[in-house]
Every structure is written in structure tokens, then in C-alpha cells.
Ligand binder design. Structure first.
Ligand code: BGC
Length: 752
């Protein structure tokens, strides 16, 4: 039998090659905070403790104000905070608010919490600032995470995350329910755009960068927030493709992919964790001590607190049917490891948990543990010293410097999928027909979690921002642009009009894709692009005019039947508030596209296969032929790789190998290039992936110049989850590849 290089015990194994010493340990870090937590808890009653574990939505404390806008109801607020001792509030009450309004509301809540309760414990307010501070009017609203992954630019992700933290905290909110670390390996899932794509490594790197940027070293800072890694674990792989339906994931696959971004997030020091609403292998995650305690805390070393997702403790009884009643559901979830319940509307969780503790069914020690973990975060955020929003920070929302970062992010995300024969960039003197349902809407550029939950209320969008059509008009002049409202997402309007208008132009820009949506309302039955949109492109193709297809979509909708009808295709994903401008910049050559697909773009609406599939999924009889592969993305210039070298040909435990490669811009346009390094384990005791992304770096390569990129791989990078479900490195050969180049690395046989 071949000898194995077994890695260190599972608990200390680092999934990304970082040592466990790097892990932030909030619990042990600050003795002063520990003492404060202990002192405060010594004074707390059972009710006050359970209140800290209770999170209620803003709507429950509100009444209709002017124009239906919700305002706080002091009586309801008092009932929640004083009578039920609740410790946390979330959400936006239906729609985005002004920064001033947020500050006033948070101040009102903190007034009640700190002045009218016995112990004065401040409220921990939480919000989904998931692509910028998306519930604050005038704030910077970035591309969705999927587009941030496409940029390949970790520094840009950091800047965007910093700005989001600064703006969120500026309005008085110290807790952000992001990053989403689910993996988009099931393209039908309506939350694909919230993720960093299908690859665990990209999600780990982008997620960890996001967390570090938002939390910094000091959570008391007025520009930092607590992050919340979510939705732990396996949420993104519903067999049906529908949100909140069962996943079936073998333990090995779970650890090989889905656990890794969460492990990286724990190492980056995230202080909270939100749970997967659904189930893995028949076990709702909210009820699982294995996932929430043994794996999360025991193996991954998480030391923050765990919050449920929306109503998901109650759902153990009402939807999942693993609990016979509410009482059993609450006991199950709390004993499994849920520290805070996003109830979200009433005091049922609070009442039930108080009863369970009184009846001896939930031990006080479990309550104490949960409350200590919650209070620790409140102390670390400095909320006891500074519970109120600071008016001087209002100016931090919507800065021009932030808008520039946002524009750069959208520009770098846009991914050129096809360009034959060099149809793009279009000349600025060209006469253009612009048509399609994503051409003239801001909502589609932003999608869910923008100003409202679904992001689909076009009337709320800031009128000064450009749709794609408006940006094109501004760039090449109104006279050069014809617009025809040819189809909606599900209805034909005037395809004949578009075809007629095409006769008088040099090129057609057809903008198709998806409307705004998120979560369960975004479920679909078929991944294929909607009929009217396909028909529009087919009919436009009969004109013989060059067609540029612009995709604006949260997930990769199948467009196989029209790919050959068009000359150029780019995807903008959901590029955010500057997306219209960015698309126009790329179409007319002011920006050279540099995005790379963070998922495999499927050719068919079934049989989805990711890039890191098994050898049997890519044979002559069983070809792997997606529409476009993971990592695909063209440029307006030509880039060539040369001189791939590794500084050693053998690797042993503790060693690293340095890999260098030259990238040459042989054209006459400056480029940004994401250099991607893949590894293939050629033979392994568990069928190996054909390749796995191990490193990436985005570099500027001016026209005619060469850049050398250096990567370092360590022992852990060679590991896979073995037959015993623990990470292992086996002797044998590994192929390191960049572009079309590759070198071999050997792990020698090891005598025990
Ligand atoms: C979503 C979470 C979100 C929560 C609070 C839930 O429906 O699944 O991602 O953080 O609502 O808004």
C-alpha cells in the first residue's frame, strides 16, 4: 500500500495553508472584556439573559408614519426592550431610510435600552449590508458578491468592504449580515449572486478579505462593523435548485468544498455566524449539534455567537417537522448551538426558552454560554461606552471617493465572453440600437437587497444614476442611439419595431437577463433565458447587423440557442449602481474588460458540472463542454503566458514551492489580467478533481510589457479530504498549471 502523508489532526489542519496561530481568539484576547462580561452576567436574571438571545424585526416596533413610511412606536419599543429585555433588532422596515432617519431610530432604541432598563445593556442592531449599505438612501451600492469575485481583485474587495463598514456604522448600525460564503455550485439557486461563485478558494480569499476589512483590529472604531459569515453550512446546494429546500452532501464533499470558506472566515476572526435555513442529508442545520457545535466550534474553532436565520427555530416545528411543537423546536436549536433567535416578530422564543430553563430542560450553563458570547461582541464593539450614533459621521455616507471605487469594481467585474471578429469595442461614432429588458432599468443592475428586500422597486432608485441606455446616450450622444422597448422579461412588446430600427444602425446592443429578485421569490423552473428574450435576439440576427449581447443576470441563464447569432457577449452580472456606466465604458473601449467567470457557465439547463469535476466527467464519451468554462474572460488585447517555473520539483512537509510565470501583453492596449494557478493531483486514493484553483492575482500589464507573477504553494495546498474524511497528502505527481503551461511537482514516497 502506498504510504500517506497524513496531515495534522483535523482540528489544527488549516484549509487554506495558514497556520492556526494566525487565528484571532476573541475570547482570550481581552481580559478586561471577560471581566466585564462576568460582572454583568452575575447581575442578570434568567429573563434578562434570554432577552439577550432574542432578536426581533424593526416592523414589530413600528407603526405607519407619513406616506406609509414606518416610524417607531414608543409603546411597542418599551414592551420589547424593557418588558422582554430583548437584545437585538434587525432589518429596515420595508425600505431604505435616510442616514439621519437611521440615526434617529437607533438613538431612540438605545435611549430605551440604556436609560429605561435595569442594567442598561445596549441594543445590537443588525442589517444586511450585503453589497454596500443597501438600506441607506444615498449610500454606495456596490456590485453583488458574484461580480466582486469576477474582478479577481482582492484589494478592491477590501476597499469596497471598508466603505460598506464605514457607511453602515456611520448611520449607527454596528453589525452586518455578510459575507455570504455559500458556494454557487447549483446555478438555479436564486442566491447565486450573493456568493463569490462556485470555487471554495475564491470564496475563502474574498470572504476573509471582506471580514478583515470590515472588522479591522478594533471593532470600537467608528468605521468598523461586526461581520456575520453565512449561511453555515451547505445552504447553496439544494437538489431541486429551489431556495430553502434539502441538500444532500456527503461528508467528504462537504469538507472538500463547503466548509473551507467558513474555516477561512473563522481564521479571519468573524465574530458571528448565521445558520443555513435548510437541511443537509435530512438534518435541519438549526437542529444539529454536530454542525453547530462539534464542527463549528470544536473543529473550526469559532468563538463568536450563532444567530438563527429568519424564523428558522419555529420552522423546525412548522416546516421541517423535526420538532413536535414550538417547545421542542426551541430546546433542540438552543441545545444544538443557536445562541440568538431571529424570531423575528414576537416573544414566543423568549417565553418558551424561559419556561424550558425553569423546567430544567435547558441547563442554565447553556444560556450563560450563549449570553456571554453575545455580550462579548457588544463589549468588543464598544456599544456600552458609545451606544449612540454620531452625527459627525453622517458625511461618511456616499462620498465621491467611494463612488469611484464602486465604478472601478463594476468595470473590473464585467466579463467578455465572446468577441468575434473583434466586434468590440464599438466606435464612439457608431449608430447603435439599444434594446432588451435590462437596458433601461436600475433595479436589474442591482437586484435583491437594494433599497428593498427584492430590489425591484424602480421608483426608489436614484435618478442621477445611469441605466445602460442612459450611459450609452451620454457617451456617444443621443442622436447616435435608438431605443426600442422590444420585450419585457416575459412578454413580447415590439420585436418588429426593434428589427425595423436595426436597419438604420451600425450595431445592436441587446441587453437581456433577469429582473431583480432574491431568496425564494427568485426560484425558477428552468435555467434557460426567457422565451421573449431569446426570440428578440433571434429576430434581430436576421438583420445581419452585428449584435452585442449584454447579460445582466444574477445567475447564468442558458443562452445556447442564440450564442452563434451574436458577434460579442459580455456579462455584467449584477454590477451595482455604477453598472450602467461601467457597461458603456467597456462597450466603447474606455475600459478594457478584465473580469473572469467565477462559475462554469452551463450550456444546457440540466446536468450541471463544476470546473473541479472528476476525471470521469470529462472523457471522449462523456465530454465536458460548458458554454464557457470557469475562469473564462477575454480582453481587448492579447495576453500570452511564458516561462512557468517552479523552484523545486519535489515537495516535503513544511516546505513551500515558489512558482513564477511571465505574462506578456502583446497588443497595444493596457490590460489588467487575473493570473490563475491550478493544481491537479494526478493519482489519488479518492478520485481527484481534474484541477483546482490554488492561487490568483490580478496584475496591471501595460501594452507591450511583461510582468512576472510569483506564487507560493505549501504542503496543505496539496491536500484533499481522504477516504477517512480527514485531509491527507499522498505521494505522487501533481501538475501545476497557468494558462496552457504546466510543470510537474513530485511528493516522494514516505517510509513510516
Ligand atoms: C436571509 C438572510 C438574512 C436574513 C435577515 C433571511 O431571509 O436568509 O440572509 O440575513 O433574512 O434579513
Amino acid at each position: 500500500m502506498r504510504a500517506l502523508w497524513l496531515l495534522c489532526v483535523a482540528g489544527s489542519m488549516s484549509v487554506l495553508g495558514c497556520s492556526s496561530a494566525e487565528k484571532a481568539s476573541p475570547k482570550k484576547a481581552d481580559a478586561l472584556i471577560e471581566a466585564k462580561v462576568r460582572q454583568l452576567m452575575a447581575k442578570m436574571t434568567l429573563e434578562e439573559k434570554v432577552g439577550q438571545m432574542t432578536q426581533i424585526t424593526l416592523e414589530s416596533f413600528a407603526k405607519s408614519g407619513q406616506d406609509g413610511y414606518l416610524v417607531l412606536d414608543p409603546e411597542k419599543l418599551r414592551d420589547g426592550i424593557v418588558n422582554h429585555h430583548i437584545g437585538s433588532i434587525l432589518n429596515c422596515g420595508g425600505q431604505a431610510r435616510t442616514p439621519e432617519n437611521w440615526q434617529e431610530m437607533i438613538a431612540q432604541m438605545q435611549d430605551v435600552a440604556t436609560k429605561q432598563t435595569r442594567l442598561g445593556i445596549p441594543i445590537l442592531y443588525g442589517i444586511d449590508s450585503i453589497h454596500g449599505t443597501n438600506y441607506v438612501l444615498g449610500a454606495t451600492i456596490f456590485p453583488q458578491n458574484i461580480a466582486m469575485a469576477a474582478t479577481g481583485n482582492v484589494g478592491l474587495m477590501e476597499k469596497a468592504a471598508e466603505i460598506t463598514a464605514m457607511e453602515t456604522r456611520a448611520v449607527g448600525i454596528p453589525w452586518n449580515f455578510n459575507p455570504v460564503l455559500d458556494l454557487a455550485r447549483q446555478p438555479m439557486w436564486p442566491r447565486v449572486f450573493e456568493t463569490f461563485g462556485e470555487d471554495a478558494y475564491i470564496a475563502s480569499v474574498m470572504g476573509a478579505a471582506y471580514i478583515r476589512a470590515q472588522q479591522g483590529d478594533d471593532l470600537t472604531r467608528s468605521d468598523k462593523v461586526a461581520t456575520c459569515m453565512k449561511h453555515y453550512l451547505g445552504y447553496s446546494m439544494p437538489r431541486s435548485g429551489r431556495d430553502r429546500t434539502p441538500a444532500y452532501i456527503p461528508d467528504r464533499e462537504l469538507r472538500e468544498h463547503y466548509v473551507k470558506p467558513f474555516a477561512a472566515a473563522v481564521r479571519a476572526g468573524t465574530v458571528t455566524c448565521m445558520v443555513n435555513s435548510s437541511e443537509i442529508n435530512g438534518v435541519p442545520v438549526h437542529s444539529s449539534e454536530f454542525y453547530l457545535t462539534d464542527l463549528l466550534r470544536g473543529e473550526l474553532g469559532f468563538e463568536g455567537f450563532v444567530v438563527s436565520d429568519w424564523a428558522d427555530i419555529e420552522n423546525l416545528h412548522t416546516r421541517e417537522k423535526v420538532a413536535k411543537d414550538r417547545r421542542e423546536a426551541v430546546r433542540m436549536a438552543v441545545l444544538a448551538g443557536v445562541d440568538m433567535s431571529m424570531v423575528p416578530y414576537d416573544y414566543s422564543f423568549y417565553d418558551t426558552l424561559v419556561e424550558l430553563v425553569r423546567d430544567g430542560e435547558v441547563p442554565m450553563s447553556r444560556i450563560d454560554q450563549a449570553v456571554a458570547d453575545i455580550l462579548r461582541v457588544k463589549f468588543r464593539l464598544g456599544l456600552f461606552d458609545k451606544p449612540y450614533p454620531n452625527k459627525n459621521l453622517l458625511g461618511n455616507v456616499g462620498l465621491e471617493t467611494s463612488r469611484k471605487v464602486n465604478l472601478q469594481a463594476a468595470q473590473e467585474a464585467i466579463t467578455l465572453l465572446k468577441n468575434e471578429p473583434k466586434t468590440l469595442p464599438l466606435a464612439k461614432s457608431a449608430r447603435v440600437l439599444v434594446t432588451g429588458p435590462t437596458a433601461n432599468l436600475l433595479s436589474v443592475l442591482n437586484s435583491g437587497w437594494t433599497l428593498t428586500w427584492q430590489g425591484d422597486n424602480e421608483a426608489l432608485y436614484p435618478q442621477e444614476k445611469y441605466t445602460i441606455l442612459e450611459a450609452i446616450r451620454a457617451k456617444i450622444g443621443e442622436d447616435n442611439v435608438t431605443y426600442v422597448n422590444s420585450v419585457t422579461f416575459d412578454e413580447e412588446k415590439d420585436i418588429a419595431g426593434a428589427v425595423a430600427a436595426a436597419q438604420n444602425v451600425d450595431a445592436i446592443v441587446a441587453c437581456i437577463g433577469e429582473p431583480a429578485y432574491c431568496e425564494t421569490p427568485g426560484n425558477i423552473d428552468d435555467l434557460t433565458m426567457s422565451e421573449p428574450q431569446l426570440k428578440l435576439v433571434e429576430e434581430l440576427a436576421t438583420t445581419g447587423k452585428p449584435i452585442v449581447l449584454v447579460l445582466v443576470e444574477g445567475r447564468p441563464r442558458v443562452i445556447r440557442t442564440i450564442v452563434d447569432d451574436v458577434q460579442a457577449i459580455l456579462t455584467a452580472y449584477c454590477p451595482g449602481m455604477e453598472g450602467g456606466q461601467a457597461v458603456a465604458d467597456v462597450l466603447f473601449g474606455d475600459v478594457n474588460p478584465s473580469g473572469r467567470l467565477p462559475y462554469t457557465y452551463p450550456r444546457f439547463a440540466a446536468g450541471f458540472t463544476t470546473y473541479d469535476h472528476k476525471p470521469s466527467e470529462e472523457t471522449r464519451e462523456n465530454p465536458f463542454h460548458p458554454q464557457w468554462p470557469f475562469g473564462h474572460g477575454l480582453s481587448y488585447t492579447s495576453l500570452v503566458y511564458r516561462a512557468l517555473q517552479a523552484d523545486r520539483s519535489e515537495l516535503r512537509p513544511g516546505q513551500t514551492v515558489a512558482v513564477t510565470v511571465e505574462v506578456i501583453n502583446t497588443g497595444d492596449i493596457a490590460a489588467k489580467e487575473t493570473v490563475q494557478l491550478y493544481l491537479s493531483d494526478l493519482v489519488a486514493s479518492v478520485t481527484p478533481a481534474v484541477r483546482q484553483l490554488k492561487r490568483f492575482e490580478k496584475v496591471d500589464v501595460p501594452a507591450g510589457q511583461t510582468r512576472t507573477v510569483r506564487f507560493e504553494l505549501g504542503w496543505d495546498d496539496l491536500a484533499f479530504i481522504g477516504r477517512d474524511n480527514v485531509p491527507v497528502v499522498e505521494p505522487g505527481q501533481f501538475k501545476i498549471s497557468v494558462g496552457e503551461l504546466s510543470v510537474l511537482l513530485t511528493v516522494p514516497e514516505f517510509a513510516k
